[in-house]
Design a protein around this ligand. Structure first.
Ligand SMILES: Nc1nc2c(c(=O)[nH]1)N[C@H]1C(S)=C(S)[C@@H](COP(=O)(O)OP(=O)(O)OC[C@H]3O[C@@H](n4cnc5c(=O)[nH]c(N)nc54)[C@H](O)[C@@H]3O)O[C@H]1N2
Ligand SMILES: Nc1nc2c(c(=O)[nH]1)N[C@H]1C(S)=C(S)[C@@H](COP(=O)(O)OP(=O)(O)OC[C@H]3O[C@@H](n4cnc5c(=O)[nH]c(N)nc54)[C@H](O)[C@@H]3O)O[C@H]1N2
Ligand SMILES: [Mo]
Length: 657
């Protein structure tokens, strides 16, 4: 039997798949060939998703901690016992300290509509728990892009093949957004030139016609330097600026501060390279810039993205198909789908940043103090910055910790109760991607393994154990999805739950001749592209904390998804273990040779790793792939807008051991 579904991972591609089940066991999981965007392809991670489903290490029963927090020793208990004890603890915390002493911690381990945010939001709202600022990914970039454009959705991926100049600006398409690549390839075979702007020589950068390698965090300076050249040479589209943009005179004055020589100093590039890039960008049409989240993870991340987002207006790139900025597509779905129907109105309790969870868990002055932490859809001990501090917080015996996951993750080792989560092929959800415009219905191919449950079911059970009888806790998964689809928005024209169930996926009904902003119409309050509102376009300068090298820990691990899959032998083997990449000059200055064992360290922690000396990074930069332990070293500051982190501003020293 074949069941249609799709991948709810935190990834722009949201691939459609088909699962073959024989005698109750899933034996094959393949990309759905009829899907117009993902076209039967999956990725190096999900090609072996069934390894995850049937892993001998999977958590299949509720477990209670034995031994000390962090040891990861558990004993099996029944669901009844686990629910009763968790509900009991929550009740006594409610009575003693109030709901704010309880903190949910979740992110996008599952990005589906109802498994990302659904029953859980209702549960924590009813509890009056502290709120979590879920800003670890995209919010800073989005703050920058929407300050300029009024939206986070402009071009669509299908526009890429019409472009003749493509800039992948701080995004590693071949690793993180694989299904965009065929469109890039098609544009290139029609003559497009491909530029990658990235301090690392990623797989994607290696494939580019031109790899521009600025210092991390310096994109605003690069974009302003390009703009300076464009304006100095009269290459701007003055008619577009006058008709559709605000604050051109102020931007123009700001540009005077960024002649190419200064931009070169700030970015660590040559000024000729900035001049050539500016001329090529302004002189080739259509010109498309693709952004995701790489450049956001800096103190000036929002200013960087907002400055980049102003470039298309400066040269009038929006005028033709294939010109402009491609960022996300998700806002199209949130306009059309009634997401409020599945969540809950959150009471105005205090908010704690997920970026600074280490600080919150170790802050003795919090009032009320944190007494319980409930982790699901995330692995904060591995993915949140400054992870030694996070672990110090997780080790506290006076914070009751529940974790719901499929594996004994770094975080789960600290759990008082570890509850088994269902895999993607064992649950129902509506998937709406951030990287294309086809929604997918994920149908369960097999029943949950062992005693595992989907997030929705977990919080239904917990609400029951709390004695809450409101109908919102009785709604089934299907009812929740139907409620969200019950919308007369034109993008959903002709769509029904039944049709989705049958076919697996459906496109959003978008206008065929969609040419956003060709004639202005920006969804900003003024209706114009805002060239100079908060955050102002400008360069905030390099990080200041002492150490000489900047460490970028980006998503270069092809076989991991953040920390997911790092626990599976096949994926871990294919990835080959962590290492630190160094530029030959930086290595020589420290007497480090390729393969040497080195210590990478700063005030927050230290890692001992093999050194990879070569062209993987530019001078002044080192790189450790995200998904291992890089966060022992990372900075836990907050970016200039949107609440994101400054992970890639981390400064370190490297010493041979
Ligand atoms: N294989 C795989 N795929 C994934 C993921 C994964 O972990 N593994 N994660 C998923 C998630 S959660 C997300 S958010 C997306 C992210 O997708 P991307 O945004 O493409 O990924 P990142 O690795 O965060 O950043 C992209 C690049 O930005 C570069 N970069 C860092 N700082 C700067 C800077 O200041 N300027 C410039 N120009 N570039 C900079 C990094 O070196 C990196 O190569 O990928 C998703 N897809
Ligand atoms: N150093 C560094 N740190 C980073 C980044 C970086 O580039 N560098 N990137 C940041 C970014 S962009 C992001 S998005 C975050 C990602 O951070 P997280 O969202 O925490 O990502 P994962 O490590 O994949 O952890 C997801 C967990 O959810 C579990 N899970 C999967 N499905 C389900 C489910 O249905 N139910 C439950 N209960 N659990 C499930 C998985 O098993 C996994 O343990 O990391 C951030 N941290
Ligand atoms: Mo992310």
């Amino acid at each position: 039997m074949i069941t249609k579904g799709g991948c709810p991972h935190d990834c722009p591609d949201t691939c459609a798949w088909e699962v073959t089940v024989e005698e109750g066991r899933a034996v094959k999981l393949l990309g759905a060939r009829d899907h117009p965007y993902t076209r039967g392809g999956l990725c190096a991670k999900v090609n072996h998703y069934l390894d995850r489903v049937y892993s001998p290490d999977r958590v299949l029963h509720p477990m209670r901690r034995l031994g000390a927090k962090g040891e990861g020793r558990f004993e099996r208990v029944s669901w009844g016992q686990a629910l009763e004890e968790i509900a009991g603890r929550f009740q006594s915390i409610l009575e003693a300290e109030g709901g704010e002493a309880i903190l949910p911690y979740s992110y996008a381990g599952n990005m589906g509509l109802i498994q990302y945010a659904g029953m859980d939001r209702r549960f924590f709202a009813r509890l009056g728990a502290s709120r979590l600022a879920r800003t670890i990914c995209g919010d800073t970039a989005n703050a920058g892009v929407s300050a300029a454009l009024g939206t986070t959705t402009a071009l669509l991926p299908e526009d890429v093949e019409h472009a003749r100049f493509i800039v992948l600006w701080g995004t590693n398409t071949l690793v993180t957004n694989l299904h965009l690549w065929p469109l890039v390839r098609r544009a290139r075979s029609a003559g497009a030139r491909l530029v990658v702007v990235d301090p690392l020589r990623t797989r994607t950068a290696q494939e580019a016609d031109w790899h521009v390698q600025p210092l991390p965090g310096s994109d605003a300076a690069l974009a302003l330097g390009m703009m300076h050249v464009i304006v100095a040479e009269g290459l701007q589209d003055q008619a577009y600026l006058d008709a559709y943009c605000n604050d051109w005179p102020r931007l123009r004055r700001r540009l005077e501060e960024y002649p190419p020589e200064r931009a070169a100093r700030l970015t660590g590039l040559g000024s000729e390279e900035i001049v050539s890039l500016a001329r090529a960008y302004a002189g080739t049409r259509p010109a498309l810039i693709r952004t995701m989240v790489g450049p956001e993870k800096h103190a000036g991340g929002a200013a960087a993205l907002r400055t980049i987002a102003c470039l298309p207006a400066l040269v009038g790139a929006w005028r033709e198909r294939g010109g402009g900025l491609l960022h996300w597509t998700r806002s199209l779905f949130s306009e059309a789908i009634d997401t409020r129907a599945v969540g809950a109105r959150q009471p105005k309790t205090r908010t704690i940043s997920m970026i600074q969870i280490g600080r919150a868990l170790t802050d003795a002055s919090l009032a009320p103090p944190l007494r319980a932490l409930f982790v699901y859809n995330s692995n904060p001990a591995a993915i949140a910055p400054n992870s030694n501090l996070v672990r110090q917080g997780l080790a506290r015996d006076d914070i009751f910790t529940v974790v719901h996951d499929l594996f004994v993750t770094e975080t789960a080792r600290y759990a008082d109760y570890l509850l088994p989560a269902a895999s993607f092929i064992e649950q129902t959800d509506l998937l709406f991607p951030s990287g294309h415009t086809y929604k997918t219905l994920n149908r369960p191919a097999i029943p949950p393994e062992g005693e595992s449950v989907a997030n929705t079911e977990l919080f239904r059970r917990l609400a029951g154990a709390m004695g809450w009888r409101e109908p919102e806790f009785e709604q089934t998964d299907e009812e929740m999805i139907r409620a969200a689809l019950d919308s007369d928005h034109p993008y959903l024209r002709g769509l029904s739950f039944e049709r989705l169930w049958e076919r697996g996926w459906a496109p959003l009904e978008l206008p065929a001749d969609r040419l956003p902003f060709a004639q202005g119409g920006f969804p900003t309050p003024s209706g114009r592209c805002e060239l100079f509102r908060d955050p102002e376009p400008g360069y905030l300068g390099p990080p200041v904390d002492g150490y000489p090298l900047t460490m970028v820990s980006a998503k270069t691990a092809l076989h991991f998804l953040n920390s997911s899959y790092s626990h599976l032998p096949r994926h871990a083997r294919a990835e080959g273990g962590p290492a630190v990449s160094l530029d030959p000059a930086d290595a020589a200055a420290r007497s480090i040779a390729d393969g040497d064992s080195v210590r990478v360290w700063n005030d927050r922690g230290a890692l001992e790793l093999p050194a990879r000396v070569g062209d993987g990074v530019r001078p002044g930069v080192v790189a450790i792939p995200h998904g291992y332990s890089a966060n022992v070293l990372t900075s836990d500051g907050i970016a200039d807008a949107g609440g994101g982190g400054d992970f890639y501003d981390t400064r370190v020293e490297v010493t041979r051991v």
